[in-house]
Design a protein around this ligand. Structure first.
Ligand SMILES: [Zn+2]
Length: 248
């Protein structure tokens, strides 16, 4: 018999965070498996305890939660090399959720707009719906935010992450980039990996927090900062709330 989904927020549990964040997934027969939207069995391993740097290439599902994504406005965490919560991604997990080829993903894309900016994101797992919800929260601030939604980087594109052979989360239609010149990106500073300096953030917290409330993490909290980048990772937001004991 499948285990029930634990909903006790008094202890942070990354498996519960996944099951609560993605209703299309069901618990498997034991804690080390999930049943996917297509009824396939997905083996799920916990955190391996390796260094965050080692996680990047071949993370387990549990490794994605280390380090935990912080919900505070504190950007001091990111001075620690490889403090990149959410930048570690288990590709098989996202293929299960969103599809394994451009054709798979493209079949479910929708356009979400904010002012004149257009973003193509997937409708799967509520991503387009949640992006609309964030933009609704931001509507009163449209004039202030307008520069951040000019010359946007956009949403879906099937590609590898710059300088790596890892698939970008833009490939699954779960990420958007706002105005790149205002967001900032660590590679443009000339820094080497693991030795990125200060991030001079210009993205308003009103924008970041509306996105977080809707399930999107922000790349500006990463050591390898990507301040234009938002990505639908409701499991990480939920896990962060669990660690805070309920939180916002
Ligand atoms: Zn991006």
């Amino acid at each position: 018999m499948a285990e029930p989904i634990p909903t006790d927020f008094s202890t942070a549990d990354w498996r519960s965070a996944i099951l609560l964040a993605y209703p299309a997934l069901r618990p498997g027969a034991d804690k080390d498996s999930l049943i996917g939207p297509d009824d396939s069995l997905f083996p799920m391993s916990g955190p391996t305890g390796r260094s965050p740097r080692a996680h990047l290439d071949a993370p387990t599902t549990g490794d994605q939660f280390i380090p935990a994504y912080p919900l505070s406005r504190d950007l001091d965490n990111r001075t620690e090399p490889f403090f990149d919560p959410g930048r570690v991604r288990d590709g098989a997990f996202f293929a299960l959720l969103y599809g394994n080829s451009p054709a798979d993903v493209e079949a479910e894309l929708e356009t979400v707009t904010f002012g004149g900016a257009r973003f193509h994101v997937t409708a799967r797992n509520g991503v387009a719906c949640q992006l609309r919800a964030a933009f609704t929260l931001l509507a009163p601030h449209r004039a202030t935010l307008a520069p951040f939604f000019e010359a946007v980087g956009g949403g879906y594109v099937w590609r590898r992450i710059s300088g790596t052979d890892r698939l970008s989360p833009h490939s699954w239609g779960i990420a958007i980039d706002i105005n790149a010149s205002l967001g900032g990106y660590w590679r443009w500073t000339g820094a080497t990996e693991g030795a990125v300096g200060d991030y001079d953030n210009r993205v308003p917290w009103s924008l970041i927090e509306a996105m977080e409330r809707s399930g999107f993490i922000w790349g500006g909290k990463w050591h390898h900062f990507d301040g234009m980048h938002f990505e639908y990772r409701p499991e990480l937001i939920l896990y962060g709330r669990m660690l805070e004991g309920g939180g916002r």
